[in-house]
Write a protein of this length. Structure first.
Length: 201
């Protein structure tokens, strides 16, 4: 059974133990709409830190020098594929960029009007990205290698989304929390949370 975690107001987050490589990170993560600051370990153990207009990736074994800097006009959401090397980020309005986090190369750029600073999430295969598009006004799955898109049945928007580990369910949260079956679009669970900005299985 999958477990769902969701949260509202940001709590202080600290990361330590990196002094041995000369890099000390002890920062309270603050959020202010629509710009977000976040810190996340990538699947291979590197550290990604978002700033207003870039993602900075550090290889902790090589010290405090940035390995890559990925640029975006305004950083809203960042997500790395659970497997593979794709790193995606959205500016919350009309641009999603996808990079190869191991080479620094831009792999694909999506310019499609999105709505109300909605979330993005990878499918478990690491090659499919879910995002909301105003045209056709629904959630879509983008296959990154081919560029092919698949429309999903769900049309309601959400600030944060998460895909279950088996790739069958999509959780969405904003003023309420919903879980949908991705294939059919049927709602399988609902909770009136009263406002949340993050959700994870």
């Amino acid at each position: 059974m999958a477990m769902l975690l969701f949260g509202g107001l940001a709590q202080p987050a600290r990361a330590g133990g990196l002094e041995a490589v000369g890099f000390k990170l002890e920062q309270t993560i603050k959020e202010y709409f629509p710009r977000r600051h976040s810190v996340s370990f990538l699947p291979d153990g590197r550290l990604a830190v978002t700033e207003q207009a870039q993602i900075v990736v550090y290889d902790l074994s090589k010290g405090p020098t940035a390995q890559f800097k990925f640029q975006l006009s305004d950083m809203y959401k960042m997500v790395h594929a659970p497997v593979g090397s794709y790193l995606a980020a959205s500016d919350g309005t009309d641009l999603i960029r996808i990079w190869d986090s191991t080479t620094g190369q831009l792999v694909r750029e999506v310019r499609q009007k999105t709505l109300n600073f909605t979330g993005i999430a990878f499918m478990p295969n690491g090659e499919d990205l879910i995002f909301f598009a105003q045209d056709p006004n629904r959630w879509v799955i983008l296959n990154i290698p081919s560029g092919a898109r698949t429309d999903l049945p769900m049309t309601n928007t959400a600030e944060a989304i998460a895909v279950s580990p088996d790739g069958r369910q999509l959780a969405m949260c904003s003023s309420s929390l919903y879980v949908y079956d991705i294939a059919s679009g049927s709602k399988t669970w609902e909770h009136n949370w009263g406002g949340a900005d993050s959700v994870e299985f």
